[in-house]
Design a binder for this molecule. Structure first.
Ligand code: ACO
Ligand code: OAA
Length: 377
C-alpha cells in the first residue's frame, strides 16, 4: 500500500475515469460530453441535455421527441408517495421530504434491484420525472393548496412551474427555468455525484445512490449554498445595511460568504455568467432589479477583496426569487436538474464497476495499546 496521503478533502485527486463531463477550472470551461455549456445554455433544452448525458451524443429530432414523450409519460407517482407528502409535518424542509420520498419510491419501482444498464435507464426516466412532481406537490400540500395534475403536453421545465403554481407559466419563465436546469445538470465528481457513485459501486440500486446524493447536496457547502445566499441577501435587506459593510464584518468574523468560491474553478464559473444575466433580465422584466443590484455589489466587493468568484449558487438565488420561487425550494430545484447527471454517473459506474474503497491514514492512539479492563479504568 502506498504511504502517500491524499490532500485534505481529496483536492486535486483524480478518482475515476468518466466520459460525461469535462471541466477546465483554470479556463472556466464546462462541457457535457464535450459540448460547451454556453452553447447548451443558449441553444439546448433540459430534455436534450439529459439525453446527451445519458446516451453520450446529441439526439436527432425523432430521438429527442421520443425522449421527451417518454419523460413526460413517466410523470406518475404511486398513491403511497402522495400519502407520504400529506403525512409529514408541513414544517418539514422540502429537502428532507424529497430525500425521504425518493427513498420510498424504490419500494414501488418494479425494477428496484435490477442494476442492468437498461433497468438503470428506465429508472432514470422515472426518477427525473418524479423528483419535480414531489417538490411541487409537497409545496402545494404544505400551503393547503389543491394539488395540480401533471400536464404531459408541457416541457419538463414548464410542467414543474405549472404543478408548482397552478398557472400556465409564461414563455419567459419557462425558458429561464429551463436554462437553470441545463446549467445545473452535471458537474463531474462534485460531492453529491461522488456520493452517488460510491453507493452505486457497492452494486446498490440507483434509488439508494440518489437518496444519498440528495443528502449530500443538502449541505451549505454544496447545493444548500443557493438557499444560504438568499438568506444573506434577505438579512442585509431587512437590516437596511450597507452590503459592503455587512460583508466586511463577515470577513472580520471569518465567516464564509455563500455563493462564492469553488473547489475546481479559479476563474469565472461559466454558469454564473448566464445566471447573472438572467437575474438582471428577469428583474428588469419584473420591474425591480433590487436583488440583482444587491448581489452585484456583493460580487464586486468579494472579488476585489478576496479574489473569490461567484459560483453557480450565487445568482441562482436572485434568479429564483425573481421567478417567485420560495427560498427552501432552491436546493430541491438543484436536485430536479442534477438528477440528470447523477443518473448518468450511476449508469456509468454500474456499466464498468469496481468497489470504491480508499484507505485512511491512521493517526489515532499507538498500536498496540493495552486493553484496560473496565474495573481498572
Ligand atoms: C454547487 C456547489 O457546490 S458550488 C459551492 C457552493 N458552496 C458555497 O458557495 C459555500 C461557500 N464556499 C465555500 O465554502 C468554499 O469555497 C467551497 C466549499 C465551495 C470550496 O471549498 P474548498 O476548496 O475546500 O476551499 P476552502 O474552504 O478551503 O477555502 C480556501 C480559502 O478560501 C476562503 N474561502 C473560500 N470560499 C470562501 C467564501 N465563500 N467566503 C469567504 N472565504 C472563502 C477560505 O476561508 C480559505 O481561506 P484560508 O486559506 O485563508 O483559510
Ligand atoms: O463541482 C462542485 O464541486 C460543486 C458542484 O456540484 C457544482 O459546482 O455544480
Amino acid at each position: 500500500m502506498s504511504n502517500v496521503v491524499a490532500p485534505k478533502g481529496l483536492e486535486g485527486i483524480v478518482a475515476t475515469s468518466s466520459s460525461i463531463c469535462f471541466i477546465d477550472g483554470d479556463a472556466g470551461v464546462l462541457s457535457y460530453r464535450g459540448i460547451d455549456i454556453h452553447e447548451l445554455a443558449e441553444r439546448s433544452t433540459f430534455e436534450e441535455c439529459a439525453y446527451l448525458l445519458w446516451f453520450g451524443k446529441l439526439p436527432n429530432t425523432s430521438e429527442l421527441a421520443n425522449f421527451a414523450t417518454q419523460l413526460a409519460a413517466a410523470r406518475k407517482l404511486d398513491p403511497k408517495i402522495i400519502d407520504l407528502l400529506h403525512s409529514v409535518p408541513t414544517t418539514a424542509s422540502p429537502m428532507q421530504v424529497l430525500r425521504t420520498a425518493v427513498s420510498l419510491l424504490s419500494i414501488y419501482d418494479a425494477d428496484e434491484a435490477d442494476c442492468s444498464h437498461d433497468a438503470n435507464v428506465r429508472k432514470s426516466f422515472r426518477l427525473t420525472a418524479q423528483i419535480p412532481m414531489i417538490v411541487a406537490l409537497f409545496d402545494r400540500i404544505r400551503k393547503g393548496k389543491p394539488v395540480v395534475e401533471a400536464d404531459h403536453k408541457l416541457s419538463h421545465a414548464g410542467n414543474f412551474l405549472w404543478m408548482l403554481n397552478g398557472e400556465r407559466p409564461s414563455e419567459t419563465a419557462t425558458r429561464a427555468f429551463d436554462i437553470a436546469l441545463i446549467l445545473h445538470a452535471d458537474h463531474e465528481l462534485n460531492a453529491s455525484t461522488f456520493a452517488a457513485r460510491v453507493i452505486a459501486a457497492t452494486l446498490a440500486d440507483i434509488h439508494s445512490a440518489i437518496t444519498g446524493a440528495i443528502g449530500a447536496l443538502k449541505g451549505p457547502l454544496h447545493g444548500g449554498a443557493n438557499e444560504a445566499t438568499m438568506r444573506l441577501l434577505y438579512a442585509i435587506d431587512k437590516a437596511g445595511a450597507d452590503p459592503i459593510e455587512y460583508v466586511k464584518q463577515m470577513f472580520a468574523e471569518k465567516k464564509k460568504i455563500s455563493g462564492f468560491g469553488h473547489r475546481v474553478y479559479h476563474t469565472e464559473d461559466p454558469r454564473a455568467t448566464h445566471l447573472r444575466r438572467m437575474s438582471e433580465e428577469l428583474g428588469k422584466a419584473a420591474g425591480s432589479t433590487k436583488w440583482f443590484d444587491l448581489s452585484r455589489k456583493i460580487e464586486l466587493y468579494v472579488k476585489e477583496q478576496k479574489k473569490l468568484n461567484a459560483n453557480v449558487d450565487f445568482y441562482s438565488a436572485s434568479t429564483y426569487t425573481t421567478l417567485g420561487i420560495d427560498i427552501d425550494l432552491f436546493t430541491p430545484i438543484f436536485a430536479i436538474s442534477r438528477i440528470a447527471g447523477w443518473a448518468a454517473h450511476v449508469i456509468e459506474q454500474h456499466d464498468d464497476n469496481r468497489l470504491i474503497r480508499p484507505r485512511a491514514d491512521y493517526v489515532g492512539p499507538a498500536y498496540p495499546s493495552r486493553y484496560i479492563p473496565i474495573a481498572e479504568r
